[in-house]
Ligand binder design. Structure first.
Ligand SMILES: Cc1ncc(COP(=O)(O)O)c(C=O)c1O
Length: 358
């Protein structure tokens, strides 16, 4: 029996996709070998690669003047590659320091170039995102870096900043679960291992017109333009991750793409927030309601002892990986695109019976 896996990433994948992978593993489309044993220059793999790129573009409605890249190094490598490629001499990067990951992106950007916090949520314990008029933008700022969803603190930007600057977005934990106003962005990136597929792949979407001039002096692997010039096949790509991601993207398309995923996320996270709000204060969430994540629902019981009892009981019910991040504690239910409705129903049912038993 499959567990209900609420892991924050890597995370649950659609069962249909896993079964397809299982069925194809020994003999991929009559090739006599699995997709992870063949050359990345083979026509079979090239078709897989192209299909995944096309499905990403289709699902996320990425305009033709943006390039989609499949890279390695996760979102973390983009913390460095983004400033390396986008920051030119004399320009600086503004960052929204909205949580653990936003802070990490700023730290790495500042290690490379001139980067500063246009807003810092730490004094508020990262319980909300800023409004546009709270952002303090300095002269010569090249872009504003945002983290659309803070995975650890469970907050999200309900809308993207509408400012007089191009945006760069880390969308790792809500990728393809909401539409992106592409015209406001120069670049969007994220690791695949939450909403898209297995770990090992980062998807970067970048305004094509910038590629030719950016990062000219960088070693080739660090230059986004070099990857674009080779259609993300400059070196051996993470073939298995791309292959599975392609299948997840097809699954997503059949469920209505990003629009379908957005509705699904609001409904399912809404059910858990309802269980929190309807618990007469037994469950509590530190997050300001307007900024509650639709992907990572964080909450607590009245005590650490009860949190521990909640988690132990959940495990017995097959509700796994609900422990909050080690830096913040408490409980976190990550409800990414592939989580089943049954999993969410089981969680809500367990929350109710756990509270009623106290
Ligand atoms: C919002 C966000 N950014 C960045 C990262 C780091 O991603 P990776 O492990 O792909 O480097 C994570 C990982 O959980 C994340 O949630």
């Amino acid at each position: 029996m499959r567990a209900h896996n609420f892991c924050a990433g890597p995370c649950t994948l659609p069962l249909d996709v896993l079964e397809e992978v299982q069925a194809e593993l020994l003999d991929f489309r009559g090739s006599g070998m699995s997709v992870i044993e063949m050359s990345h220059r083979s026509p079979e793999y090239e078709a897989v690669h192209e299909e995944a790129l096309t499905l990403f573009r289709e699902n996320a409605a990425v305009p033709e003047d943006y390039t989609i890249l499949f890279l390695q190094g996760g979102a973390t490598l983009q913390f460095a590659m983004v400033p390396m490629n986008l920051l030119v001499e004399g320009s600086r990067a503004a960052h929204v320091r909205s949580g653990t990951w936003g802070a990490g992106a700023l730290k790495d950007a500042a290690a490379w170039g001139d980067a500063y916090a246009a807003w810092d949520g730490e004094p508020l314990s990262f319980t909300r995102m800023p409004s546009d008029d709270e952002l303090e933008i300095q002269p010569d700022t090249r872009y504003l870096h945002i983290t659309s969803n803070e995975t650890i603190e469970g907050i999200r930007m309900a809308s993207f900043p509408d400012v007089d600057l191009r945006l760069v977005g880390d969308m790792s934990s809500d990728y393809l679960s909401r539409p992106v106003p592409w015209e406001r962005f120069d670049l969007v990136y994220g690791g695949a291992q939450k909403n898209l597929g297995p770990a090992g792949l980062a998807v970067v979407v970048v305004r094509t017109s910038l590629l030719e001039t950016m990062g000219q002096d960088l070693p080739s692997y660090l230059r986004l333009g070099a990857h674009a010039g080779k259609n993300s096949l400059m070196n051996t790509p993470p073939m298995f991750a791309i292959y599975v991601t392609g299948k997840v993207l097809r699954w997503m398309r059949d469920l209505g793409g990003v629009v379908g995923m957005e509705e699904r996320a609001a409904r399912r996270s809404g059910a858990v927030y309802e269980a929190i709000d309807g618990s007469d204060g037994f469950y509590g969430s530190p997050v300001e309601p307007a900024h509650r994540s639709h992907m990572n629902v964080v909450f607590r019981t009245p005590s650490e002892e009860l949190d521990a009892a909640f988690l132990a009981g959940a495990e017995k019910e097959g509700l796994l990986n609900l422990k909050g991040h080690r830096s913040v504690g408490g409980i976190r239910a990550s409800i990414y695109n592939a989580m089943t409705d049954d999993g969410v129903d089981a969680l809500v049912g367990y929350m109710t019976s756990f509270r009623d038993a106290r």
